[in-house]
Write a protein that binds this ligand. Structure first.
Ligand SMILES: *Cc1c(COP(=O)(O)O)cnc(C)c1O
Length: 480
């Protein structure tokens, strides 16, 4: 299995999985994808149907990873996908299954992806990434310093995945005083020496700009071996394909049936993994993309026009992890949709980088969209509250605001003959205010997280000054 870039040409060298593992973008600015998608047969599916999650992950991931010996990969997935890690802060003995389906009614279920340590689906892939990084760095005798900016879910998932890992440090910038007390406690209470929280005075964009400025200093980046773990990392996408298989098996009796999935979407990483599973041959019917008020993707799937917004036109909503202006993984999908033509991607994305967009409405590629199974839907704050209430009243289940966006799209797009799984991407405990607004009472919190706001916190408060932050990073790296 070799990897190519969405913007590369035939002459660009093809890379192996571990060569792209620690990279974000390809050197040409594109995103990595397998040269061809591995195909699974009906016989593979028959063999995989009853596997426990870790074994299923091994079977699926081995198709993407040609340069880690299978026994090593097995050790890595066995260490990652355990009841201790994915027990949602409960007694591990009660977490019988990883990514279980909770049926709301016949033919409609929630695929539970947020039982990991930070209560969001990002743990499903990020925990594996932590173990893969540690393994690959040890093999090469290298280190990496992960730098990122977060407004919540990504930063905490990265820190919980990398805490205590040899060869890895994490420098995570967050907007000072702008995350919820729970989110702050989740991140800042980590005491591992390789985790550095930097609270930046300003808003998220100030933190993000500081990170960009630091990465643009190529000399500093190379000297301090800076890396990223954002959602364009291919290993994260690969790890996410596994739970589409898991959900499919849970919703069917035999491997001829189809299943539809509804996915709360932001950077298009989660649903892109569903597309990959479908390209591998998993019998997925529809992939229902759900957005909030930031509807750049809903607009594309309805009209064929992709029109990224500026930061100023991006709304702050009650499903904040879906508040995006452009969707970083979308380039991968457009590459597949338009027949894998790197020249076309280079052209379209040079227009996007210049503040524009593109229009496929008159193109045969747009008419071919149904063959890729995608449909879309959008929610407002009022829809979100109504869906949270409906789930509570009709099904006795408390769902978080992101999952509510997905469930609404699932309800709107359900077909009577096909089971529909809505992906549960976070626990309600992370978004107490919106739940209280919808239901009149706050959600329950997992026992292990009771009172985390009272734990001692480790955080450095700094100005959004790239030079000062560089100085801090260099000093901490030097100190060991
Ligand atoms: C990150 C996130 C999303 C969006 O996922 P993408 O892969 O960026 O599309 C949705 N819901 C929650 C809770 C998230 O943390």
């Amino acid at each position: 299995m070799r990897y190519i870039s969405t913007r590369g040409d035939a002459a660009s060298p093809k890379k192996t999985f571990t060569e792209i593992l620690l990279d974000g973008l390809a050197p040409d600015g594109g995103l990595y994808l397998p040269e061809t998608y591995p195909r699974v047969t009906r016989a593979d599916l028959d063999r995989w149907r009853d596997l426990p999650y870790a074994d299923l992950a091994l079977a699926v991931l081995a198709r993407f990873i040609g340069d880690i010996p299978e026994s090593d990969l097995k050790a890595l997935v066995d260490k990652t996908y355990t009841a201790e890690v994915y027990c949602n802060g409960r007694d591990p003995a009660r977490a019988a299954e990883i990514a279980p389906v909770r049926w709301l009614e016949p033919g409609l279920g929630l695929l539970e992806l947020s039982n990991g340590p930070t209560l969001a689906f990002k743990d499903m892939a990020m925990q594996l990434l932590g173990n893969l990084f540690e393994y690959a760095l040890a093999k090469r005798g290298e280190e990496i310093n992960i730098l990122g900016a977060t407004s919540g879910d990504t930063g905490s998932a990265a820190e919980y995945a990398m805490r205590g890992k040899r060869g890895v440090r994490v420098f995570m910038l967050s907007p000072h005083g702008r995350m919820s007390a729970f989110q702050r406690a989740q991140m800042y209470s980590l005491q591992e020496a390789n985790i550095f929280n930097i609270a930046v005075r300003g808003v998220f964009d100030d933190a993000q700009d500081a990170v960009k400025a630091i990465f643009n200093d190529r000399d500093f980046k190379a000297r301090h071996r800076l890396g990223a773990v954002n959602s364009i990392n291919w290993a994260r996408v690969a790890a996410q394909t596994v739970y589409y298989f898991k959900g499919y098996f849970a919703a069917t009796r035999s491997n001829g049936e189809r299943v539809d999935f509804a996915v709360p979407s932001g950077n298009f990483g989660n649903i892109f993994a569903g597309h990959v599973a479908r390209m591998m041959g998993l019998p997925i019917g529809k992939l229902v993309l759900a957005t909030n008020e930031n509807d750049v993707l809903d607009e594309f799937f309805r009209t064929g026009v992709y029109r990224p917004r500026g930061a100023a036109d991006t709304w702050t909503t009650s499903s904040p992890s879906m508040d995006i202006s452009k969707a970083s993984n979308f380039e991968r999908f457009v590459f597949d949709l338009t027949g894998r033509d790197p020249a076309a991607i280079r052209e379209s994305w040079s227009r996007i980088d210049a503040g524009g967009g593109f229009d496929l409405s008159a193109s045969p590629y747009f008419s071919a969209l149904p063959e890729f199974g995608f449909v879309s839907g959008k929610s407002t704050h009022a829809d979100r509250l109504a869906t949270i209430r409906r789930a509570w009243k009709e099904y006795g289940v408390t769902i978080d605001p992101h999952t509510a966006d997905g469930l609404k799209a699932a309800l709107d797009r359900r077909a009577p003959e096909t089971p529909m799984l809505a992906l549960e991407t976070a626990q309600p405990a992370k978004f107490e205010e919106t739940i209280a607004e919808a239901l009149g009472h706050p959600p329950e919190r997992p026992a292990a997280m009771a009172g985390i706001e009272r734990l001692p916190q480790r955080v450095e408060v700094m100005n959004a000054d790239a030079d000062a932050i560089k100085h801090f990073i260099a000093r901490e790296i030097k100190a060991g």
